[in-house]
Design a protein. Structure first.
Length: 401
């Protein structure tokens, strides 16, 4: 995997949204995609609970490809893109081909690039016929529109109504076609899943490395989505053909791994490790607070799964005879690489989490915004991975250097 490709994805932390309006806080592209995936997960879980099937693999890859597309054409406002798509379809198709060409030298994984190509061409072809895929696309688009609406609601408190009227009217009109989705109904009418989303949105307001100046600033929520994307890419580089549930668990474990911080706030690593017993104590406290404040906001049909994502999130694990058990990478491959065992590569998610932190420190230092905390953080991560060749099959030695 080329480091240049990962750095390209990281650029989404520097892309500002709604920059023609007054903003009460920084609205960043990476954060938008993170919230969109959380919303998509919630809506899709309601659909699954009603008996509908979801193409989770498509949704996971679409989240990456949609971000790649946005990074490349961030200077073209969404309404302009929509006009090009609707009124100049041939040019829209050429634009998507141009985007693909920009990534051709960055993506060595041929299968990944083929998936990306198929996704980009599907945006203008409208030839999808599979019912499960079509329903998943509908959920994904509904989540895109609703997460945009949430941003509009946030900026509305500091902007005159006249500035927002046409945007609001258009967004609400777009959402009409998705109102048969139960999860979306409950979000729009601000019921239980909306309360859960509000808590998760707090991660969007929390800045990582908050004790030191740094560029670009990264939120906890944006960091979570970046970790999810890295977990997907690292899983592909593990040398193992992982079952669908394993890919799913790795991705969503990354997306939700810092969920407890929505109620505890971010505790930086040096503080967590101030004493030998403190990490375990903090983890125990986090679990208790999550059980008290977050679990009541979750529906029963996805509560246990999210707890599986956030409990021992950095350990390899599987489910056997109804119990979660710690397993080695070799055991994951030889005994538990089937959907029925609910396998997860927690150690791979940890690598993704650490590499995200490494880039956050290293790039800021390169940009000339530095501090002892950033230098120490980078040095500690380099030491932690020095001499290590592979973790869960992924070659880490080329990244931490």
């Amino acid at each position: 995997m080329k480091k240049e490709f990962i750095l390209k994805i990281f650029e989404a932390f520097s892309i500002e949204r709604w920059n023609d309006l007054v903003r009460p806080f920084e609205l960043i592209e990476m954060d938008k995609h993170a919230e969109k995936l959380v919303v998509a997960y919630i809506i899709a879980k309601y659909e699954e609970n009603s008996g509908k099937k979801i193409d989770w693999e498509w949704m996971i890859y679409a989240s990456l490809f949609d971000l790649l597309r946005k990074i490349q054409i961030c200077d073209i406002k969404s309404p302009v893109q929509t006009l090009i798509k609707n009124e100049y379809p041939a040019e829209y198709a050429k634009l998507n081909e141009w985007i693909l060409e920009k990534y051709r030298k960055l993506i060595d994984d041929e299968d990944l690039f083929e998936r990306f190509s198929a996704y980009m061409r599907s945006l203008s072809s409208h030839k999808e016929t599979d019912e499960v895929r079509l329903h998943t696309i509908k959920i994904f688009r509904a989540a895109h529109k609703y997460s945009t609406l949430r941003e509009l609601e946030m900026v509305s408190v500091v902007n005159e109504a006249e500035r927002l009227y046409s945007i609001s009217r258009e967004l609400n009109a777009d959402l009409q076609k998705y109102l048969d989705l139960r999860g979306l109904q409950l979000l729009i009418t601000k019921q239980k899943p909306f309360e859960f989303l509000l808590r998760i949105e707090q991660l969007r307001f929390q800045t990582r490395w908050n004790q030191t100046p740094r560029v670009p600033k990264t939120s906890v929520l944006g960091h979570c989505f970046f970790v999810a994307v890295l977990s997907l890419l690292f899983s592909r580089e593990s040398g193992v053909k992982m079952c669908s549930k394993r890919i799913y668990n790795n991705f969503f474990s990354g997306l939700f791994h810092d969920l407890p911080e929505s109620v505890t706030r971010d505790i930086i690593s040096p503080v967590k490790q101030a004493t030998d017993g403190l990490p375990e104590i903090i983890k125990d406290i986090e679990d208790k607070i999550v059980a008290k404040e977050l679990v009541p906001l979750m529906e029963d049909f996805y509560k246990d799964e999210i707890l599986y994502f956030t409990s021992d999130e950095f350990k390899n694990r599987a489910v056997f005879d109804g119990c979660m058990i710690p397993v080695s990478f070799e055991e994951l491959n030889e005994k538990f690489n089937e959907d029925k065992f609910n396998p997860a590569d927690g150690r791979l998610v940890r690598v993704a989490d650490h590499y995200s932190a490494y880039l956050e420190a290293d790039l800021s230092i390169q940009y000339g915004i530095t501090s002892m905390q950033l230098k120490r953080g980078r040095e500690n991560l380099l030491k932690a991975y020095a001499g290590q060749d592979k973790i869960n099959g992924f070659p880490v030695s080329d990244l931490f250097c």
